[in-house]
Design a protein around this ligand. Structure first.
Ligand SMILES: [Zn+2]
Length: 163
């Protein structure tokens, strides 16, 4: 970041503290702030704070609005590998369960987005519908194994990697 925040030079430790996830206004660690706005739904951690128009959770850290799933990845799993961004294996954009986030490259993420025509609303509906996988698969234009994976929460494994 090239832009200097007010008072940054006067308080050199501030940048380091902010990088570790401190918040200038609340002084509560980011991890605590994340967990204080968590609603557990199935295996997902649904963000109960601000949600943007695409369904992603947002939170201000160091006077900057950030994606909650990005913050969660960093807080619970460590820094994102160079050139990657977290992808939701559960399809639920408002989810910030680190086990449901996989670091993928930007081209891989857009490729997945194109092949995954499903929205988080679709996924909720798919889990509720009581009909054979094949019928639902036709309805949504996806492979029956995708429906099966969604219904069995098998889009990830416990190493946090896509299976
Ligand atoms: Zn999830």
């Amino acid at each position: 970041m090239s832009r200097m925040a007010d008072g940054e030079s006067a308080v050199p430790a501030y940048r380091e503290w902010q990088w570790r996830g401190g918040d200038y206004r609340s002084r509560i660690p980011v991890k605590e702030r994340l967990l204080s706005k968590r609603r557990i739904e199935g295996y997902c951690w649904i963000w109960t704070g601000q949600i943007d128009k695409n369904g992603y959770g947002r939170m201000s850290v160091g006077n900057r609005k950030q994606f909650v799933h990005n913050l969660s990845y960093r807080e619970f799993k460590g820094p994102l590998p160079e050139g990657t961004e977290p992808d939701h294996l559960c399809f639920i954009h408002a989810c910030f369960n680190p086990e449901h986030l996989e670091a993928v490259t930007q081209p891989e993420n857009s490729r997945r987005r194109k092949s995954n025509k499903l929205t988080h609303v679709d996924v909720s509906a798919i889990r509720i519908l009581k009909e054979p996988h094949e019928v639902t698969a036709k309805r949504y234009g996806v492979h029956p194994s995708t429906i099966c994976d969604i219904r069995n929460f098998r889009r990830w494994n416990y190493e946090g990697r896509s299976s």
